[in-house]
Design a protein around this ligand. Structure first.
Ligand code: GDP
Ligand code: MG
Length: 438
């Protein structure tokens, strides 16, 4: 799939170290093919590759220490941009009741999504009303009632013998009476776009003036989904898109193209048949998912922000000269903490899933304790722990709110760390001199 293919391209790049213009061109050719195979719109692919290539061939990337990382980051950022950069929310404050109209072809997932969005908004404290405007099949009204019941959301219907325009209109009064602050109108679709369906939707639109029209499209239909979106937007005018069945779509092409082609953002993603299987659409997360790399780039960015290279060099120097002190130890710990809570960092590592992480608890308390102990030491003690006798230990324990045992434990562990660091360095040196053979 797309993620695998892109990962292969990047693996090759990583293996190369320094990159030439030709390396980038070759890589871009492969990215282009991968995107086309994933059913991304041809024009969108062309523009995308042009933009990425231009950025990658800049001297900054080629001459950097980690050119492959730079290329991946550029691709990720451009993918995100392609899907709209930031999350596009419903503009719920546009009116009360807020009127949301769901449109789309038959089977795209309108009825299911209307209910899912209702459930999603209910969780946020809203009081939605679902409105049954698909009068052409008796089962359609029933379907909405069933899902409404499951979620505890009221459903407004007037049967099959009254026009959808009138039902939609009547629902506004019903919502006001029932204290509903959101109206979600489920409409009828067809297998293909036709005049009659469009006219009906236009009539509902002009009668109730919905605050937003969301088009529901099935991600599995690939390029068709994009063409449908273009068509609906031109004929009816839409405010956003819900891409359903993303759980089944391994190509991801529709999600990548639809914003670029229609100018309208994806607001929600349907990710399963169950009523809670909906999430707001986050372009950056989707880009990371397509690249198959968890949020590893966020992690790299955080690390880059937190550690500066000069400090790292100084540290190396100190270790080799046997000058690594408790103060350095404290500084190190604070550098790591700048990156954020350890649990959160672990979650970003690709391949580690939430379930595996559940039993894993990083003991932040322990770290806080160590910090407190070192902070209670004088600069002299930090630089030269061997002077810490029992009366000093007592003072440090008191000052840090810990026990003498805690202080001892830290000093022991620090001494071990220091020895280990020295050993590794010695091995390294010996290896370089060719003294020892492993
Ligand atoms: P409508 O004709 O547009 O109202 O479509 P429905 O809401 O009746 O949905 C059609 C089918 O798609 C149903 O079987 C739904 O369960 C299924 N469906 C809708 N959304 C999703 C989704 O995000 N993922 C999956 N796997 N199935 C979905
Ligand atoms: Mg339906």
């Amino acid at each position: 799939n797309l993620a695998n293919k892109l990962q292969n391209v990047f693996k090759k790049l990583r293996g190369k170290g320094k990159l030439t213009e030709k390396d980038i061109k070759d890589a871009m050719r492969e990215v282009r093919l991968a995107l086309l195979e994933a059913d991304v719109n041809f024009k969108v692919v062309k523009d995308f590759i042009d933009r990425v290539s231009e950025k990658c061939i800049g001297a900054e990337v080629l001459e950097s220490l980690t050119p492959a990382q730079h290329v991946i980051k550029i691709v990720r950022d451009e993918l995100t941009e392609l899907m709209g950069s930031t999350q596009s929310k419903l503009n719920l404050s546009a009116g009360s009741p807020f009127i949301l109209m769901m449109v789309g072809l038959q089977g795209s997932g309108k009825t299911t999504t209307a209910a899912k969005i209702g459930g999603y908004l209910k969780k946020q404290g809203k009081h939605p009303l679902l409105v049954a405007c698909d009068i052409y099949r008796p089962a359609a009204i029933k379907q909405l009632q069933v899902v409404g019941d499951k979620l505890g959301i009221p459903v407004f219907s007037m049967g099959q013998n009254i026009s959808p325009v009138d039902i939609a209109k009547a629902s506004i009064g019903a919502a006001k009476k029932g204290g509903n602050d959101v109206i979600i109108i489920d409409t009828a679709g067809r297998l293909h776009i036709d005049e009659e369906m469009m006219q009906e939707l236009k009539d509902i639109k002009s009668e109730v003036r919905p605050h937003e029209i969301l088009l529901v499209v099935d991600a599995m239909t690939g390029q068709d989904a994009v063409n449908i979106a273009k068509n609906f937007n031109e004929q009816l005018g839409i405010d956003g898109i819900v891409m359903t069945k993303l759980d089944g779509d391994t190509r991801g092409g529709a999600a990548l193209s639809v914003k670029a082609v229609t100018g309208k953002p994806i607001k929600f993603a349907g990710i399963g048949e169950k009523l809670e299987d909906i999430e707001p659409f986050y372009p950056d997360r989707m880009a990371s998912r397509i690249l198959g790399m968890g949020d590893v780039l966020t992690l790299i960015e955080k690390a880059e922000q937190a550690f500066d290279e000069k400090k790292a060099m100084e540290l190396q120097e100190k270790i080799s000269k046997h000058q690594f002190t408790l103060q350095d130890f404290l500084d190190q710990m604070q550098e790591v903490k700048k990156m954020g809570p350890l649990n959160q960092l672990l979650e970003m590592i690709p391949g580690l899933n939430q379930k595996q992480l559940k039993g894993f608890n990083v003991d932040e308390k322990e770290i806080t304790k160590i910090e407190a102990i070192i902070k209670s030491m004088t600069p002299e003690e930090r630089a030269n722990p061997s002077i810490i006798n029992s009366s000093r230990k007592k003072r440090i324990a008191m000052g840090s709110g810990t026990s003498i045992q805690d202080v001892n434990k830290l000093l022991r562990e620090f001494e071990q760390t220091r020895k280990m660091m020295k050993q590794f360095q010695d091995i390294d040196k010996d290896l370089k001199k060719g003294k020892k053979k492993f």
